[in-house]
Every structure is written in C-alpha cells, then in structure tokens.
Design a protein around this ligand. Structure first.
Ligand code: HEC
Length: 140
C-alpha cells in the first residue's frame, strides 16, 4: 500500500502541476491577446490610411491617356460603330479636316454615333478634351 499511496500522490502532484501549466498558458494567451489588441488597432488605422490614400488617388486628376482608356478606347481602339481608330491616320483624316474646334465640340456634345463626352456625362469638359488631345496626338 505504501508504494501505491506515494504513486497516487505523485499523480496528484503531476495533475496539479499540469493545471498550473494550463493556467500559466492561459495567462500567456491573455497576455498575447492583450498585446495584440493595440497592434490590431494600429492595423485598422493603417487600413483606413490606405483607403484614404486610395480615395485621394481616385480624386487625383487622370492623365489624357487614362481618360482616353477609361472613356474612349472602348470604341476608338477598334473603330467600333465606325469610330475613327486610335493611331490610324487614314480613319482620322476626314475628321481632322473639320478642324480642332469642331472635333472638340463633337467630343463634348456628340455627333452622329459619337456620344456626348463618350458616354461619360459626369466627366468635365477639360477631361474629355484631355482624352481627345491624347487621341489626336496619335494621328499627328
Ligand atoms: C460608344 C462609342 C464611342 C465612344 C465611347 C467614344 N466615341 Fe468618339 N466616336 C464614335 C463614333 C462612332 C464616331 C464617328 C462619328 C461619325 O463621324 O460618324 C466618333 C467620332 C469621334 C470624333 C470625331 C467627330 C467628328 O466630328 O468627326 C471625336 C473628336 C471623338 N469621337 C472623340 C471621342 C472622345 C474624346 C471620346 C472619349 C471621351 C470618345 N470619342 C468616345 C464613337 C465613340
């Protein structure tokens, strides 16, 4: 019986120390959690800073090239619906003959199958003309 009693108390001791370890690791988990919270908050702040930067970039003025690609390329890259093609002097020749002022006006107000502002009514006149200038440079 003596041997078994001491074995028994050994098991009890082991289970106590395991409980202590378990309690210890729980504390560590809490410490880790507490420590990561502020980091998480910093990350959230970083994410919103990124979002703000993206929004600022979205509000930044686009170049003529970007505007062309956004609003005009759909038709003018491939001559869709008979649109004069980007970089194709022949298809632009009869249009260029009208003069820059007429082309600007038609870009802004539309002309036959050419929709006003290339279907971007919210675009400013300046943006539409910047896109037009980019397109016209390709055939000069
Ligand atoms: C939905 C298709 C479409 C989009 C988008 C489009 N165009 Fe056009 N565009 C045309 C067509 C078709 C013509 C040929 C019209 C004609 O002369 O019959 C044309 C012609 C033109 C002309 C010549 C007009 C003239 O009097 O000869 C200009 C300038 C022009 N487009 C500018 C632009 C600009 C700048 C954009 C982008 C902001 C744009 N287009 C977007 C279809 C489009």
């Amino acid at each position: 019986m003596r041997c078994c009693l001491s074995l028994g108390s050994g098991i009890i001791f082991m289970s106590i120390s395991m409980t202590t370890i378990a309690a210890d690791s729980l504390t560590r988990a809490q410490i880790i959690e507490n420590n990561t919270n502020p980091v998480g908050q910093v990350n959230v702040a970083g994410a919103s800073a990124q979002a703000a930067a993206a929004a600022a970039a979205a509000n930044a003025p686009l170049t003529g090239e970007q505007l062309y690609k956004k609003d005009c390329a759909f038709c003018h890259d491939n001559g869709t619906a008979g649109a004069p093609k980007y970089g194709d002097k022949n298809s632009w020749a009869p249009h260029l003959a009208k003069g820059a002022d007429v082309l600007k006006e038609h870009a802004l107000k539309g002309f036959k199958a050419m929709p006003a502002k290339g279907l971007c009514p919210q675009c400013s006149d300046e943006d539409t003309i910047a896109a037009l200038d980019y397109m016209l440079k390709s055939v000069q």
